[in-house]
Design a protein around this ligand. Structure first.
Ligand SMILES: [Ca+2]
Length: 387
């Protein structure tokens, strides 16, 4: 018996059911791995749909497709697999890191990266946001430069939320760390250190409003860390600012609202150009546990917020990007790797001496904190010659 083909009458309800199921089934968000599945960050973003995660494996990302990366309006998260320390976007002076210029909102998230060497003749050395409101969290922006505004980040309109981020050693004509123009901006638990500009070493704000909370603005006291331009209002709560209210440029224009808990004492960074705090810093437990938005559960390094840093049994968030733990080691070291070599034909084993000068000792002696090493025999010789 030859089987009869299915009649169209039978197929119609079945195919309708399939179509209805396809329309109602939720679209699964995808994780797009770089560089395993996509050669560059931009290639992964171009392929992504709203809700996807672009996940960056540990490594250094450079070259076309890994700089001037454009979110293109997608509601996606671009983040590292292991945190900012192992994921470096190295712009090598050839462009910016990321651009948001297509009405991105809070669902466009950049999380857990380090961006270095960004440069632009315009504004926004590492990140440029134009009329967009992305979420920028857990970032470290080091040594980026803009000829105009915002060595680290430039924001023109919109209302990005910037949190748990360190801006270190960035340079611009105005706003060495971040420049704001218009919009309604929020900066929470960020650390600005050693940024440079003649007009707001850390922040320049022109027009719009800025809410600044639980953040450190520190560096060269000769330069105002915060500069307020025309038609801007800045609200400061629980911050550590070099020079205090007197060091804010443009405050006399009436746009500065100096809230509770703001500290003018040295935050005592563990190292120059660093963002970690020493245990006796006044910024430890100096923040408010009710900042704008949600209290972050983690700090820039992934440590728990909020911790009791001063031993009064009350967990309170620290000011800045990093939360100090009472069990943190008390020594800080800048090199991530120390190597010792023996001389060919020299003694075996070859004697080495390692000396560590703590930041506190360095301040009292006028020297820079450092780790030095040399052969034991050469140090003995140096000691004898000094007698
Ligand atoms: Ca704390």
């Amino acid at each position: 018996m030859i089987p009869r083909p299915y009649s169209s009458f039978f197929l119609f309800p079945f195919s309708f059911f399939l179509l209805a199921f396809a329309c109602s089934a939720p679209v699964r968000a995808e994780t797009r791995a770089v560089p395993n599945a996509y050669p560059t960050i931009q290639a992964a973003i171009d392929a992504a749909a709203d809700g996807d995660v672009v996940l960056l494996k540990e490594g250094v990302y450079a070259g076309e497709g890994n700089r001037d990366v454009d979110f293109k309006g997608r509601k996606i998260t671009v983040k590292s697999e292991t945190g900012h320390g192992g994921c470096i976007i190295d712009c090598r002076g050839l462009g910016r890191g990321f651009v948001f210029q297509n009405d991105e909102g809070p669902s466009s998230v950049l999380d857990g990266l380090t961006i270095v060497g960004g440069f632009t003749d315009a504004s926004g050395g590492a990140i440029f946001c134009s009329r967009s409101s992305p979420t920028l969290v857990n970032l470290v922006l080091i040594g980026n430069r803009a000829r105009q505004n915002g060595g680290g980040i430039a924001i023109a309109g919109g209302g990005p939320r910037i949190g748990n981020t360190a801006l270190l050693g960035n340079v611009a004509a105005a706003g060495g760390g971040i420049s704001f123009r218009g919009g309604d901006q929020t900066v929470v638990n960020c650390t600005f250190n050693e940024n440079t500009s003649a007009n707001g070493a850390a922040i320049y704000c022109e027009g719009g409003s800025l809410t600044l909370c639980n953040s450190i603005l520190w560096g060269d006291k000769a330069r105002a860390q915060l500069s307020i331009g025309l038609n801007a209002t800045v609200s400061v709560t629980c911050c550590t600012i070099h020079g205090g209210p007197a060091g804010v440029r443009g405050a006399e224009r009436g746009g500065l609202f100096w809230g509770q808990g703001t500290i003018v004492m040295d935050p005592l960074f563990a190292l120059p150009g660093d963002y970690h705090l020493q245990g006796d810093s006044a910024s430890v437990d100096g923040g408010t546990n009710t900042p704008p938005g949600d209290l972050p559960a983690r700090d820039l390094d992934g440590g728990a917020r909020s911790q009791d840093g001063d031993g009064d049994t009350v967990p309170r968030i620290d000011i800045g990007a990093a939360e100090r733990s009472r069990v943190d080691p008390i020594l800080a070291a800048a090199p991530v790797r120390l190597e010792f070599f023996g001389k060919e034909g020299g003694p075996n084993p070859y004697g080495e001496a390692l000396s560590i000068i703590t930041p506190a000792a360095a301040r009292s002696s006028g020297r820079s904190p450092k780790i030095a090493h040399g052969s034991r025999s050469s140090r003995r010789r140096a000691g004898r010659s000094g007698r």
